[in-house]
Design a protein around this ligand. Structure first.
Ligand SMILES: Nc1nc2c(ncn2[C@@H]2O[C@H](COP(=O)(O)OP(=O)(O)OP(=O)(O)O)[C@@H](O)[C@H]2O)c(=O)[nH]1
Ligand SMILES: [Mg+2]
Length: 353
């Protein structure tokens, strides 16, 4: 509502102030008005709103990584070893990771050599292209929604405090708005507070929850939930789990048991194991993915708290070093603060003013 009011106000202001600049006004009208909308997470939004939100959440990374890159492009008068050293330093500081940084810089050096470029300003677009290429691969076009045989089960795993329960709340909201019937499963039975927290999300999003008492067997809660989902014709089961470290054997065994319950009782359904990782933990996030991958079949990643870090470069390291698709990014604590990951939009948000 407030956005609409602001757009309307600015539209009218531009109309009176800039009558000769018809083309400018028309362009502004296109990006800000309902002429250019998309159905996003079940809501009609202008493209301006969708893109603006991603840009806001990447502000810290943009201010740190991209502003430094911009300044290097301006400061250096020629492309030499010193320029590349500076670029490497900036990327590594933004948590792009040593191996990925080297690959990006080598690709850029190849372009410079091939096209005999000498001025750093000339290679900004090339860097943008290389970064976008680093992030794009076939996996992101794979859309799990096309593969659903109801009920579709999503097991949400990760270490303590990364944002698993919050992500489930956001996903529940997103799927519900999309017209799907969602059921939450409180399989983090470690603490009563964890069950309560999931119940708050269930109430907030208006979806049902299957829970038992604190200390109950998580596999039993999941089993109940699958049966409930089948009889209530639920489309998606979102299963919360306790935070665990890969090296805690009993907890990893518990995860294996949850997987067995799903595989046995949902034979023909699409089953997803989403590993949630916290972007603010930097390179540690990369090792978490490697370690979880060794013990369980991770089908996708959710990278949370991108809004809280200047080191969003971690996305490039994850994409380049690990063969697991990033499915969603968390962009805040609010119910709508989740975005399906899109490589092009991500790089555009970093580069555009
Ligand atoms: N800024 C920001 N905060 C987030 C995001 N996702 C989750 N959080 C916050 O991170 C904190 C932990 O979130 P939880 O959802 O409880 O994390 P969890 O992984 O379920 O934690 P455990 O169950 O204790 O292992 C909460 O304060 C959330 O609001 C995000 O994308 N951005
Ligand atoms: Mg939790």
């Amino acid at each position: 509502m407030i956005n609409d009011a602001i757009f309307m106000f600015m539209d009218s202001l531009l109309f009176f102030l800039l009558p000769p600049s018809a083309s400018l006004y028309f362009f502004y009208f296109l990006v800000s008005s309902d002429c250019c909308f998309a159905f996003y997470k079940g809501e009609r939004k202008t493209l301006f709103e969708i893109f603006g939100k991603l840009k806001d959440s990447l502000k810290k990374t943009k201010d740190s990584m991209m502003n430094k890159i911009e300044s290097a492009f301006k400061r250096f008068s020629k492309i030499d070893e010193e320029f590349f050293n500076e670029l490497e330093e900036i990327l590594i500081f933004a948590d792009v990771g040593v191996a990925t940084t080297e690959k990006i810089c080598q690709n850029l050096k190849d372009v410079v050599k091939k096209n005999k470029l000498t001025d750093p300003k000339e290679i900004k677009d090339n860097l943008r292209e290389i970064l976008a290429k680093t992030l794009s691969s076939n996996d992101e076009t794979e859309n799990e929604q096309n593969k659903i045989t109801s009920p579709h089960a999503v097991l949400v795993v990760g270490v303590n405090g990364v944002g698993k329960t919050t992500t489930i709340g956001k996903l529940a909201n997103m799927y519900k708005k999309d017209g799907r019937k969602v059921l939450l499963t409180a399989a983090d039975t470690f603490r009563a507070a964890a069950i309560d927290q999931l119940e708050i999300w269930a109430n907030r999003t208006g979806v049902s929850i299957v829970k038992q008492k604190e200390g109950a067997d998580p596999a039993a809660v999941l089993y109940d939930s699958i049966n409930a989902a089948k009889s209530r014709k639920v489309d998606i089961i979102l299963c919360d789990t306790a935070g665990r470290l890969h090296n805690k054997k009993n907890l990893m065994d518990e995860l294996a048991k949850l997987n067995r319950v799903i595989n046995k009782n949902l034979e023909n359904s699409y089953i997803e194991t989403l590993l949630v990782i916290d972007a603010t933990t930097g390179q540690n996030a990369v090792s978490q993915v490697k370690e979880f991958k060794d013990v369980t079949n991770i089908t996708g990643l959710v990278l949370t708290k991108l809004d809280g870090t200047a080191k969003g470069g971690i996305v490039f390291a994850i994409k380049n070093e690990l063969n697991v698709p990033i499915k969603y990014i968390g962009t805040g604590e609010g119910i709508d603060d989740i975005e399906p990951f899109n490589a092009k939009e991500f790089v555009d948000a970093l580069f555009e003013d």
